[in-house]
Design a protein around this ligand. Structure first.
Ligand code: PLP
Ligand code: LYS
Length: 418
């Protein structure tokens, strides 16, 4: 009997499998903590998203920050993805995966001149410019290279994305982008600069958005600006609508279909006659990955049960950083009473909590559990805090697991301390 948790992640007769491979077997073979991704799940989520926009010329630029392993990027590249990047490191990864530079966009509030130079030399599609100072820096670097830089401004449409404050980016008080009021003047200035070519417009209002109407609210404001720019003879070819579509962190709740997002944006962009760029991260990789961890100890106190596992906040930062919910399930399903427990890591921080006051089946020391929805902002936010080597990453392809990043070793920890 198969019980689906997320596409390609399911129980088969009570045993958790990821695309045909048992979670227990993966933990045994590669050790824990272990990040595991399913190729078919990546394909599923990419197609679900990309397919929703098929009526418009568009590029789905995967947000590399959400899951940057080069083998994951290669899978997405094969499906036609471009890349949304925020550093020279991410551009390097995307190029390494074979992604066409003409499908790479480069955002970020603090692009250094050397990063701008690298991106220009590689011939990326466009720079999403976040300030006037940056505009002049790009112009200067472009002049030195003798190569015109294609740019878009990241505008801040001041729409509340109704998500966690730490991942809201489109409000006036946030550091990102330029205001709608500043934008026209900035586009005029960009047009006058010899080494810049303003070809696009960009916005991104936040992440893990579950209210699709906010995308429309933002898109309408930005489209009005595009119309004004067109009337001034500034031709905007690319309308970059950012990322942000949320996922269902609780598998019992259905995800918002990507078509709901498309409904909000497509008619607006169609009317403008622009090409659409999208920058989904979490939506593609989030539910295509899990973090497997082993229960090291059980600790029971009066009215309190702790499962101490071998993954900590250094391996998965989201719960302690944002108080984020990640569903947790055992690798082997059993009929047992449930009990409220905290799942905690081994880090010397009170906040090293993966799940708080969670109703879980009674689990035993040595058991493997899966922390779900860990494919986005999981490994990419992992650190070596407490001198813990970072986990390995495995990609399962049609029943075959492939190690795509070796577990770090103790030697790796001090390798650069010479
Ligand atoms: C500019 C930009 N684009 C795309 C993304 C990807 O967002 P998400 O993973 O929510 O789709 C982010 C992160 O929030 C971002 O800052
Ligand atoms: N790191 C955040 C998302 C940040 C998006 C970056 N703009 C998360 O884990 O939810």
């Amino acid at each position: 009997m198969v019980e689906e948790i997320y596409p390609h992640i399911y129980y088969q007769n009570g045993i958790l499998e990821i695309e045909g491979v048992k979670a227990e077997k993966l933990a045994e073979e590669f050790g824990t903590p272990l990040y595991v991704y399913s190729r078919k799940a990546l394909e599923y989520w990419f197609s679900e998203f990309d397919g929703a926009f098929k009526e418009l010329p568009h590029i789905t630029c995967f947000a590399v920050k959400s899951c940057s392993n080069v083998h994951v990027l290669k899978v997405l590249k094969e499906l036609g993805a471009g890349a949304d990047t925020v550093s020279v490191g991410e551009i390097f990864r995307a190029l390494n995966a074979g992604i066409d530079p003409k499908k790479i966009v480069f955002a970020g509030v603090g692009k250094r001149p050397d990063e701008i130079e690298y991106a220009l030399e590689k011939g990326i599609l466009m720079f999403n410019v976040e300030s006037e100072s940056e505009l002049y820096t790009i112009n200067r670097v472009a002049e030195n290279l003798g190569k015109v830089a294609p740019i878009a401004f990241r505008v801040n449409p001041e729409v509340d994305p109704k998500t966690h404050p730490y991942i809201s980016t489109g409000l006036k008080e946030s550091k990102f982008g330029v205001t709608l009021e500043e934008a026209v003047d900035l586009y005029r200035k960009a047009r006058e600069l010899k080494w810049l070519n303003p070809i696009g417009i960009h916005f991104h209002i936040g992440s893990q958005i579950t209210e699709p109407s906010v995308f429309k609210e933002a898109a309408v404001k930005v489209a009005n600006l595009v119309k004004e720019l067109h009337s001034l003879g500034i031709e905007i070819e690319f309308f970059d609508a950012g990322g942000g579509l949320g996922i269902n962190y609780n598998p019992a709740e259905p995800p918002i279909p990507a078509t709901e997002l498309a409904k909000q944006i497509v008619p607006i962009v169609k009317e403008l006659g622009c090409k659409l760029i999208l920058e989904p991260g979490r939506r593609i990789s989030g539910n295509a990955g899990v973090l497997l961890t082993r229960i090291i100890y059980k600790k029971e106190r009066e009215n309190k049960l702790f499962y101490i596992v071998d993954a900590g906040m250094n391996d998965l930062a989201r719960p302690s950083l944002y108080g984020a919910y990640h569903h947790i399930i055992p690798a082997t399903l059993k009929v047992s009473p449930t009990k409220t427990a905290d799942v905690v890591g081994p880090i010397c921080e009170t906040g090293d909590i993966l799940a708080k006051d969670r109703e879980l089946p009674l689990l035993e020391e040595g058991e493997i559990i899966a922390i779900l929805s860990a494919g986005a902002y999981g490994f990419t936010m992992a650190s070596n805090y407490n001198s813990r080597p970072r986990p390995a990453e495995v990609l399962v392809e049609n029943g075959k697991p492939r190690l795509i990043r070796q577990r770090e070793t103790l030697a790796d920890l001090i390798a650069r301390e010479f």
